[in-house]
Design a protein around this ligand. Structure first.
Ligand code: NAP
Ligand code: BGC
Ligand code: ZN
Length: 354
């Protein structure tokens, strides 16, 4: 069957011919409809994040998938059910406490594989298999947008964890700032707009630009980080209640602390490479302590976050989802899906339709 992957020799994603997988006990066979591409896929292709499955000369890409159950294989799923797979799996089939508790998203490195990212083949193939427990059903009317469930689930988890840190007191947040105008940042911007009176989104581009058009359309304020650092946003110094970082630009960690209002919380999601730079650690430490500020790191998501994400996707306006999808490529001509130019927001590889 057709699959899109990277090989140890090549540096570009390519069309591969791989064997169609056979479902094991407890697994269903899924026919892939669409798979999205995000910043992490670009990091995997560049070799700065993730890694090949052990002993394999290639890795099938893709972790933002939607498909349809082809063969339930005795799992009780309905043939034809549209589903979205979660990303983390047990390493080598060995279980551990995180998987047993249903919290694989909290497992440390080495205690999981991530399909299409870390040590496991992804979903960019005509068919894939998955334990039925890790397939989240969605309505067939949402099938074309189902690839957004995984990235939305990432923000469901981040928000759950960030807001949980503010639960012990009466937190009345008004403003939020999203760092990054990639697909994760823009999906998150809409989600935060539902909760906050004022929102900002930070990028580093000139107008006209399709992501800034979306920021404007959402009624949010665009901030150009080349002119204004996060903590210098007018009226924002020590006044933003929630900062959501989705750039992978390491200095944003420090700027986040300075931009946060007293009692605010910052969620870090970007995955930067090592980067040395100077900071005033004393002021940073002081500000976090004296203003009850909180920084959290958050990665991945699991079933309940996918379920919340399905509800969120149902509420998202169709114009936004359509504007976010900038390329629909075929497996035979996949290169446009991996073009990383400024007109690209969410590229999709389409294997089949309902
Ligand atoms: P993306 O499409 O590459 O978006 C990153 C955005 O950040 C781009 O629009 C980029 O702008 C912008 N940016 C980078 N440096 C900036 C700076 N100094 N100032 C302003 N904007 C800046 O990636 P994505 O898919 O949205 O994901 C965002 C990050 O989150 C990535 O690092 C990804 O690996 C990570 N991620 C983490 C998780 C998790 O579970 N923690 C999940 C998904 C993604 P330009 O395009 O103009 O360069
Ligand atoms: C994926 C997550 C994954 C993370 C780190 C993200 O792009 O959406 O599921 O845990 O990368 O590899
Ligand atoms: Zn992702």
């Amino acid at each position: 069957m057709k699959a899109i992957g990277v090989t140890r020799e090549g540096d570009e994603p390519q069309l591969l011919d791989v064997e169609r997988p056979e479902p094991s006990e407890g697994e269903a066979l899924v026919r892939t409809l669409r798979v999205g591409v995000d910043g992490t896929d670009h990091e995997v292709i560049a070799g700065s994040h993730g890694g090949f499955p052990e002993g394999e000369d290639h890795m099938v890409l893709g972790h933002e998938a939607v498909g349809v159950v082809e063969d339930p294989n005795g799992t009780g799923m309905d043939p034809g059910q549209v589903v979205v797979p979660t990303v983390r799996r047990k390493p080598d089939g060995k279980t551990n406490e995180y998987f047993r508790r249903g919290e694989p998203d909290m497992a440390p490195e080495g205690e999981y594989v991530e399909r299409g990212i870390v040590g496991g083949h992804g979903y960019m193939a005509e068919f894939f298999t998955s334990p039925a427990d890790y397939l989240v059903p969605i309505d067939e009317d949402l099938a074309e947008y189902g690839l957004f469930v995984e990235p939305i689930s990432i923000t469901e988890k981040a928000n759950e964890h960030a807001f949980a840190t503010r639960e012990p007191f009466e937190w009345r947040p008004e403003s939020a700032c999203v760092l990054g105008n990639g697909s994760l940042g823009l999906l998150t911007l809409w989600m935060l707009q539902q909760k906050f009176d004022r929102t900002y989104c930070v990028g580093r581009r000139d107008r006209p630009d399709p992501t800034i058009d979306i920021i404007d359309e959402l009624g949010s304020t665009y901030v150009d980080s080349r002119q204004t650092t996060v903590d210098e946003i007018p009226d924002a110094h020590e006044s933003i209640d929630y900062v959501y970082e989705a750039t992978g630009f390491a200095p944003h960690v420090i700027e986040t602390v300075h931009a946060l209002a007293p009692n605010g919380v910052g969620a870090l999601l970007g995955i930067p490479e090592p980067w040395d730079f100077e900071i005033d650690g004393g002021t940073l430490h002081n500000e976090i302590v004296l203003h009850n500020k909180c920084l959290i790191g958050t990665v991945n998501s699991h079933i309940k976050h996918f379920e919340y994400a399905v509800e969120t996707l149902e509420d998202m306006p169709e114009w936004l989802l359509d504007d976010l999808i900038t390329t629909v490529a075929t497996p035979e001509d996949v290169a446009p899906a991996f073009d990383d130019d400024n007109d690209q927001i969410k590229a999709v590889v389409e294997f089949d339709s309902l």
